[in-house]
Design a protein around this ligand. Structure first.
Ligand SMILES: [Fe+2]
Length: 230
């Protein structure tokens, strides 16, 4: 049998561990982005339903989101339509499902890698040399996840992550291809295609943030799986 893993078991397991480590980081990153998006979309309704402003959160008064939500609810009560006309909110609502779909695929990739490593006799929790390298490289992305509330900044971090993600699967495809392991190559390629769709989607999302901020263009919502707009 011409299996990739038989070429150099230790090194192949090392590369797979790197992929798993990074997929777990990607899931965390998407969770943070989704939390930020839902907060932007959900706070107004929650506060209105409750009939007071406590749902904005006590600590929220130091948070630009809380102040923005509070201001918009006051405007709404005074007959203003600012909340409904916020283009960033409409954009956020339009892409939420696709961002969730990306997160779900990253989770599925991590689960598949865990099972695959186990099937090959490895331990998915083992911090190999490449897994440690991936952890060190991800620290900057982690710092953005933990400390930065700006949605365009989070998408910028997502774009960096998706570039690494796609490159990681691309390497695995090339290795399986060179080893003549067609079954494994097909499995890796399926994930690579999904990562390429994430990359294209996040690139378009970031482009629309920048085009809005710099050129004053309207937000254009990308669709996961659709070819990039030009
Ligand atoms: Fe991805």
């Amino acid at each position: 049998m011409n299996r990739l893993v038989d070429k150099n078991r230790e090194k192949v397991m090392d590369v797979l561990a790197e992929r798993l480590c990074f997929e777990r980081t990607s899931v965390k990153l998407y969770e943070k982005v989704l939390e930020r998006m839902r907060r932007m979309l959900g706070w107004n309704a929650a506060a209105s339903d409750a009939g007071d402003y406590t749902t904005y959160g006590l600590s929220g008064f130091r948070d630009p989101d809380a102040l923005r939500a509070l201001r918009k609810d006051i405007e709404r009560e005074q007959g203003g339509a600012a909340a409904e006309s916020d283009p960033e909110e409409r954009f956020t609502a339009a892409i939420l499902r696709d961002v969730e779909a990306c997160r779900d695929q990253e989770k599925a990739h991590a689960r598949w890698l865990e099972e695959y490593i186990r099937k090959l006799g490895g331990d998915p929790e083992r911090m190999t040399e490449m897994a440690k390298l991936s952890t060190r490289e991800s620290r900057g992305i982690d710092a953005v996840i933990m400390k930065d509330a700006e949605l365009p900044h989070l998408f910028h971090a997502l774009l960096a992550a998706e570039h690494l993600d796609a490159a990681g699967w691309d390497l695995l495809v090339a290795l399986a291809d060179d080893a003549g392991d067609r079954d494994t190559r097909d499995e890796f390629e399926k994930r690579l295609r999904e990562e390429e769709q994430h990359l294209s989607f996040v690139r378009e999302a970031l482009r629309t943030f920048a085009a809005h901020a710099i050129l004053g263009q309207d937000f254009r919502s990308p669709t996961l799986g659709a070819p990039p707009a030009h």
